[in-house]
Design a protein around this ligand. Structure first.
Ligand code: ATP
Ligand code: MG
Ligand code: FE
Length: 337
């Protein structure tokens, strides 16, 4: 089947045509980063307006690059949540209009299920598996007992990893989104400033990054007060090392304790070079099969939405046109029947 997938949950207007849940026929992304950059973060009202401006063009481009027409489509998939309500709404209205006009089924899709199933666009997934979701708004360890079933075994109690990266980057005067800047600084750094790790309770799969973020801010303030020169590289490196240490240890423990066959890395922070390298090395040493999507499929895109929606296509779970945007949509409840 051929799905047209639409993603507008945050600051990317994205439309993709996906065949059979795994073949990307086209994948068009209009990023608003340049617009939000000047504000140091995503401004919700502006995001919605930009989605409205771009959606038609992005859709037309996705179809023309795929070399297909509306008539070739089997269903329309759209991100229902989580995300910014006004941003989600733009994609949802577009998807509903198409589904109605073309008399096609509508498939409401979960954004994080999308990030996880981005892996399906390039790899074969074996179950049970564990997904480490690291993005701008989420940090979760998810057990996938079978295809399309999601159980959250751990999550952040405060900041998401991407959020912590962006806040640290902002404190170091890098533009939004700051993750890639910190990543580059950390990889190039010669020194390293030792920072704390939040392990929480010994058996917990939860995360916490706000203490680490505060520790970074404290170093910046102390250096400033003493009038000293801040070694940004060493600070970025210390931050990144701490983040990666906790993420890797908890993910590996989850794989072991749940007897998972694979570890799936996903979300925007999966683009992090340090994290990819550390997880790759550790999984190799432990004999764990690690799946990581290519960089372009780690950050927001619509192909991943098509990949996740395919699961519901297979189970015949379609969505009513009454469907609404759900900023807090539950991943577990979105599991396939
Ligand atoms: P969510 O998926 O939770 O709704 P989102 O869609 O805004 O949030 P993504 O687009 O998946 O998040 O990821 C964006 C985040 O990834 C930003 O916080 C960005 O800084 C971070 N990021 C991107 N590349 C890197 C990198 N190389 N190192 C660290 N962080 C990165
Ligand atoms: Mg984004
Ligand atoms: Fe995302």
């Amino acid at each position: 089947e051929l799905l047209l997938a639409i993603e507008t949950s945050c600051d990317e207007t994205a439309v993709s045509v996906v065949r059979g849940g795994r073949e990307i026929v086209s994948n068009v992304i209009a990023s608003q980063i340049q617009t939000h950059e000047q504000f140091g973060g995503v401004v919700p009202e502006i995001a919605s307006r930009k989605h409205v401006e771009s959606i038609t063009l992005v859709m037309e481009q996705a179809l023309s690059e795929a070399g297909v027409t509306f008539r070739d489509l089997s269903a329309i998939a759209v991100t229902q949540g989580p995300g910014l309500v006004g941003a989600l709404l733009v994609g949802i209205v577009a998807a509903k209009s198409l589904a109605m006009a073309l008399e096609l089924p509508l498939i409401a899709t979960h954004h994080i299920a999308g990030h996880i199933y981005a892996n399906r666009l390039v790899h074969e997934i074996e179950y049970p598996s564990v997904a480490l979701v690291v993005s701008g708004g989420h940090t979760e360890l998810v057990e996938l007992e079978r295809e399309g079933s999601f159980r959250i075994i751990g999550q952040t109690r405060d900041d998401a990893v991407g959020e912590a990266y962006d806040k640290v980057a902002r404190a170091l005067q890098f533009p939004y989104p700051g993750g890639p800047h910190i990543d580059r600084l950390a990889m190039e750094a010669l020194g390293e400033i030792e920072l704390p790790r939040a392990w929480l309770e010994p058996d917990s799969y939860d995360f916490s990054f706000s203490g680490l973020k505060s520790a970074v801010l404290a170093v910046i303030n102390q250096t400033r007060m003493k009038g000293g020169e801040l070694d940004k590289g060493a600070l970025a490196r210390g931050f990144q090392t701490s983040v990666i240490h906790v993420l890797v240890e908890k993910a590996i423990r989850a794989v072991r304790e749940l007897g998972a066959k694979q570890l799936l890395l996903c979300g925007g922070v999966a683009a992090n070079k340090g994290l990819r390298a550390a997880l790759t090395a550790r999984c190799q040493a432990e004999g764990i099969s690690l799946l990581v999507p290519p960089l372009s499929l780690c950050t927001d895109n619509a192909a991943m939405i098509g990949a996740a929606a395919h699961l519901k296509w297979k189970s015949g779970e379609f969505t009513s046109l009454e469907m609404k945007a759900e900023p807090g949509l539950s991943l577990e409840e979105w599991s396939v029947r």
